[in-house]
Write a protein that binds this ligand. Structure first.
Ligand code: AMP
Ligand code: TRP
Length: 335
């Protein structure tokens, strides 16, 4: 939260869809780092449930996943005393700004979004209008809070570029209104690959068993997934781009234990794949154990979690309102 005595910290906005299961790629590649770097920024974590609606959802599952995702972030160390953590649909200004932006963006701009094209590929006529206008809601999320930085996977970079273009167009047409945000893409080396196919990144949308390790997975589920991970021919255990399976397991060992590359290789010198896999599984179980314990405590008190999310939304809403009022004045609506 803001500290009036200090120089203003950069504002970082992270949007997380409350769908699928948060896996160790999300955890090591994003959530754990966000928690560790909370003091450096003014952090805004938004559970984007309205974005989730762009594809069909079971209402009960969506609501449950929203609580689940909030509890995982808190259990991973996101501290509500330092960071905002709220649900997108609690703040009506997100949808409101998305409308104003839809009157600034062109059809051509949205037509160029590759994610929409991929998602709508099979049934363009049947896909939801919201899937097409999704980037405008994302732009609204970012622009409402005068965001400086947006940490995103490479697949979302184009949406942040669109956000920048819209903010620039708006500012030049209607006068200085929006802060221009920067996308921040994590380095490729920070990626965890799928256990079943170490040439593809571990992904929320792949449902296959043995692909990912979820942060809430029980110890025996983790053991089973890691023990059946795809490895490569050869026996030596070292980092080697030609042997993505072993490299991925060593990388997971590194991030789960905080070891360096040299330490990881030394640990498994003269050892076999069985030993590597067993050690990686136990390291993950140990790393995730405290998170899972805190998670269970948080989920037991649904009312407290709901109160926390509401309080955070109430605290940040005035910022969103101020932006909307500026936008309305600039565009000539309202009185
Ligand atoms: P997503 O699951 O695509 O919504 O991504 C949420 C966050 O997790 C983004 O910041 C991604 O960069 C990060 N992330 C997703 N998958 C991985 C992965 N396999 N390895 C490392 N980071 C990941
Ligand atoms: N579109 C993002 C995704 O699918 C989620 C998201 C919504 C987001 N709004 C955002 C990410 C704002 C960063 C900033 O992963």
């Amino acid at each position: 939260m803001t500290n009036p005595g200090a120089a203003r910290k950069p504002i970082v906005f992270s949007g997380i869809q409350p769908t699928g299961q948060i896996h160790i790629g999300n955890y090591f590649g994003a959530v754990k780092r966000w928690a560790a770097e909370q003091d450096k920024y003014e952090n805004i974590f938004c559970l984007v449930d309205m974005h989730a609606l762009t594809v069909p959802q079971d209402p009960a599952v969506l609501r449950d996943k929203t609580f689940e995702t909030a509890a995982i972030l808190l259990a991973a160390g996101i501290d509500p005393a330092k960071s905002h953590l709220f649900v997108q649909s609690d703040i009506a200004e997100h949808g409101e700004l998305a409308w104003y932006l839809s009157c600034v963006a062109s059809m051509g701009q949205l037509n160029r979004m590759t994610q929409y094209k991929e998602k709508a590929e099979k049934q363009r006529e049947g896909s939801r209008v919201g899937l097409f206008t999704y980037p405008l809601l994302m732009a609204a999320d970012i622009l409402l809070y005068r965001t400086n930085e947006v940490p995103v996977g490479a697949d979302q970079k184009q949406h942040v570029e669109l956000t920048r273009d819209l903010a620039e167009r708006f500012n030049s047409t209607f006068g200085e209104t929006f802060v221009i945000p920067q996308p921040v893409i994590p380095p490729v080396g920070a990626r965890i690959m799928g256990l079943d196919d170490p040439t593809k990144k571990m992904s929320k949308s792949t449902q296959k068993a043995g692909h990912a390790v979820g942060v809430l997975d029980a110890p025996d589920v983790i053991r089973k997934a890691v023990m059946s991970a795809k490895t490569d021919s050869g026996t030596e255990i070292r980092f080697d781009p030609e042997r993505p399976g072993v490299t991925n397991l060593l990388s997971i060992y590194m991030v789960a234990t905080g070891s360096s590359q040299e330490e990881a290789e030394a640990r498994f010198e003269d050892k076999g794949y069985g030993d590597l896999k067993r050690t990686v599984a136990e390291a993950l179980i140990e790393e995730l154990r405290p998170l899972q314990e805190r998670y269970r405590e948080l989920r037991e008190d649904a009312a407290a979690l709901s109160t926390l999310l509401t309080a955070s939304a109430n605290a940040i809403r005035p910022t969103a309102r101020t932006t909307i009022n500026t936008v309305k004045r600039a565009m000539g609506v309202g009185h």
